[in-house]
Ligand binder design. Structure first.
Ligand SMILES: NC(=O)c1ccc[n+]([C@@H]2O[C@H](COP(=O)([O-])OP(=O)(O)OC[C@H]3O[C@@H](n4cnc5c(N)ncnc54)[C@H](O)[C@@H]3O)[C@@H](O)[C@H]2O)c1
Length: 248
């Protein structure tokens, strides 16, 4: 019996990186998973590989109407939604505040922050009806502190916001048996990180008590716990997966 047997999950940004890792683990643990992404080719290929318990829906998380389509397709295919993982995100332009262009700022906030509102708003009616649910919002260490070498006010603003939005919604929906938590990864080996930095070494590694970057599965294991009934008394909380970076 899998740790997510009988559950239905939506995972955004599931075509690659951590989202793909979460999707693989969720299916392995018995969930039926709706993978969503802008990247149609990547998302469809992964859903096919994962078999009968996975489907892909093309999705732009910044568009509320796109969320309506995802929720309608998930409910039509699998009957309900137990879990939402708001994972899609972008690093966006990295520039000091005075040089950050307005469009870049708006885009980062739309993808990383506004999407979390649209997503929670879209799935909550289904979860309230079922009187259960777990929402996992992916923030970052940049949602806890601003000094980790990424000079982008936009990224930090969006990830701090996700942390607060998580707590606000957890407070409101606890009475419906719906839990909402945020996850704060440190340095994780994904295409996003590889595209942003040629390699993480020297100074950056010295900031990490465990002395290494993580593989996506090391975050997926925490997301799995929060998605599952094993975390039944855990809500409104921040979960660092940062090898101790913020412990100083
Ligand atoms: N990699 C890290 O070190 C790290 C650290 C902290 C937090 N995070 C966060 O973890 C999450 C996943 O990051 P990752 O490293 O796997 O990134 P990634 O770039 O490898 O994957 C992100 C996925 O999101 C999708 N996406 C982007 N914009 C979208 C949109 N508008 N609608 C739908 N899908 C969209 C992309 O197509 C991609 O498949 C992000 O929220 C990121 O901010 C990453």
């Amino acid at each position: 019996m899998g740790r997510l047997s009988g559950k239905v999950a939506i995972i955004t940004g599931a075509a690659r990186g951590m989202g793909a890792s979460h999707a693989r683990l969720f299916v392995e643990q018995g969930a039926r998973v709706v993978l969503t992404d802008l990247n149609v080719a990547g998302g469809e290929a992964l859903a096919k590989e994962l078999g009968d318990n996975a489907m892909f829906v093309a999705h732009d998380v910044t568009k509320p109407e796109s969320w309506e389509t995802v929720v309608a397709k998930a409910v039509a295919a699998y009957g309900t939604i137990d879990i939402l993982v708001n994972n899609a995100g972008i690093l966006g332009p990295m520039a000091p505040t005075a040089e950050l262009d307005n469009d870049g700022y708006d885009l980062v906030c739309a993808v990383n922050q506004h999407s979390v509102f649209y997503g929670m708003k879209a799935v909550l009616p289904v979860m309230v009806k079922a009187a259960r649910g777990s929402i996992v919002n992916i923030s970052s260490i940049a949602g806890m502190a601003a000094n980790y070498g990424f000079p982008s006010l936009a990224y930090v603003a969006s990830k701090f916001a996700v942390r607060g939005m998580t707590k606000a919604t957890a407070m409101e929906y606890g009475k419906h048996n719906i839990r909402v938590n945020s996850v704060h990864p440190g340095f994780i080996q994904t295409p996003m990180m590889v595209e942003a930095t040629d390699e993480v070494g020297g100074e950056a590694l010295a900031q990490i008590p465990l002395g290494r970057i993580a593989q996506p599965i090391e975050v997926s294991n925490v997301v799995l716990f929060l998605a599952s009934d094993e975390s039944s008394y855990v809500t409104g909380a921040e979960h660092l997966v940062d090898a101790g970076m913020l412990a100083h």
